[in-house]
Design a protein around this ligand. Structure first.
Ligand code: URA
Length: 204
């Protein structure tokens, strides 16, 4: 770890811009050296709804934006079907740099990046987080969970409602999972509407 990296873990971040600046300079783990870009995340900084994926793929690494490749295009279709506007939500990943050959991020890489995700959540303060896939679910809910068992079930951490579902890349490999993900999105939209109405009523 370089000096920056020690500082990065100590700072109480106040804005996403400040956090992004530090994240772009990160060299806490081996992934940065093999990546073109740091894919910090994007969207509405005061989103009520946040999506967390695994880590950037090839296209995401090239463009520096999350979910712009094949899995991202499928996610966009799911958003369209559910009536979700991409610019209303925030999209991030557990790790911000592309793992070589899209391998699963290693536990020490997830740990190195954990502070950034936690800081993003703390700044955005979403009411709902959707975990896209097993890694996000293990990182944000419990390392022991299995995505096949817990998908579609609601959890709560620090006052935030958390819904795990399958990763869109899993749907590309196994289209039979699409039906289950659609069930999860129907549940998501119901809770999202309830949360939005509650916040409007309370004037937040
Ligand atoms: N898969 C992910 O988990 N995240 C992305 O940004 C793209 C593909």
């Amino acid at each position: 770890m370089g000096m920056w990296d020690y500082v990065a873990d100590l700072i109480e971040y106040e804005s996403l811009e400040e956090l992004r600046e530090i994240c772009l300079k990160c060299s806490k783990c081996r992934l940065r050296a093999g990546a073109e870009n740091v894919v910090f995340g994007e969207g509405n900084p005061s989103a009520r709804l946040m999506f967390v994926g695994e880590g950037p793929g090839k296209q995401e690494d090239e463009m520096g934006r999350p979910f712009v490749g094949a899995a991202g295009q499928l996610l966009d279709k799911i958003f369209a079907a559910a009536g979700i506007n991409r610019s209303d939500v925030y999209i991030a990943n557990v790790v911000k740099c592309r793992p070589p050959n899209n391998r699963l991020p290693k536990p020490d890489e997830v740990d190195a990046c954990r502070k950034y995700l936690e800081a993003q959540i703390k700044i955005i303060k979403p009411s709902i987080i959707v975990c896209l896939g097993a890694l996000a679910a293990k990182t944000l809910i419990n390392p022991q969970v299995r995505i096949t068992t817990i998908r579609g079930k609601w959890f709560e951490r620090n006052g935030i409602k958390i819904l795990p579902t399958f990763h869109p890349a899993a749907l590309l490999r196994d289209p039979a999972k699409k039906r289950l993900v659609w069930e999860d999105f129907k549940s998501l939209m119901k809770v999202y509407r309830e949360v939005s109405v509650e916040q409007l009523t309370l004037g937040w």
